[in-house]
Design a protein around this ligand. Sequence first.
Ligand SMILES: [Zn+2]
Length: 357
Amino acid sequence: MSRPPEFDIDAIGREAKEIRSFSVDLPEGLGDLARQSFLASSGFCPEDRIAAEMALQFDGQTLSMPVLTVRGRRDGPTLVVTAGVHGDEYEGMEAIYRTYEALDPARLQGTFVAVPIVTLTAFWLGIRCNPVDSLNMARVFPGSADGSFSQRLARAVLQRVLRHASFYIDLHSSGRNYHMLTLCGYSMLGKQAAVAREAALAFGAPVVWAHPNTSPGRTLSATLELGIPSLYTEAYGAGHVRPEDVDCYTQGLANLLKFLDMTELEGAGLPAGYQPWLLGGSGDMDVAIKCRQGGLFFASLQIGARVRRGDLLGIIRSLDGRVVEEITAPAEGVLMLMRATPRIYPGENVAALASEA
Ligand SMILES: [Zn+2]
């Protein structure tokens, strides 16, 4: 099977809808990724068949992921959308595919560029971090030309795709080990903040989360550095996809296209009586509530709960059944994120809080 032509933002034809390849050098190869993916799978697909699937995107030294592009009849903004920066977050991927299907270049003003699965190697394994170098792709931006694979991939995505955006949205979710409130978030940093806030409210997610700062390494920290108005999303997740979350993201993209005066897709518009829950706080999962002990975690509350300082969030049991740690809320707030997978290692995130705006 021949691969589509290589992505180049300037080469997208006027009034055209095209799938392109985005290739990155990977001289170290995939290693035993087919074996690891087999072990992480249900075991019904043989390892050589998994390797054959991978070979569609990897040919010895080059890894290529699809980029979906639509350029309208008339000039206008460039909306860049990414998903799969973490390999176990799927809602954004489907929202991108649905949006691409719905877009008609004859009725589009500007350019739509979407990378549905940024970290393909993590996607194959169904995990958060990049298995090639064990790095978190949301901690390596702006990347570097001579770093490890994640750093080179980040730099290529930033230089070849993200920096061309007049507006950028990165579709995340909670990942396979967590639940999270379905939300649209933005940074209150810089001149972009006013547009980002307006766009976040136009997106139409149940929760809008405003952050006073954005920590380094994210896609958004790189685009904010370039002054590009930017948003991100999170969803219930836990390695699964709720239909209402895919609907929310798809409608949100339609709402963004309308907000940017690019086109009006069917389904655009806010849910009836829309009133988002406005929350604030850092949103930095590196400083979330962590456990000191490993073992099995069992939650006592659900996401969305309002908690007070000292409230019990859950317990950790050692493998012989002793309660070795009680996890309590360090402050008052709204429970944004909660561990979904009981098996937990010392130092992992258990929960995260937001403040009510
Ligand atoms: Zn993510």
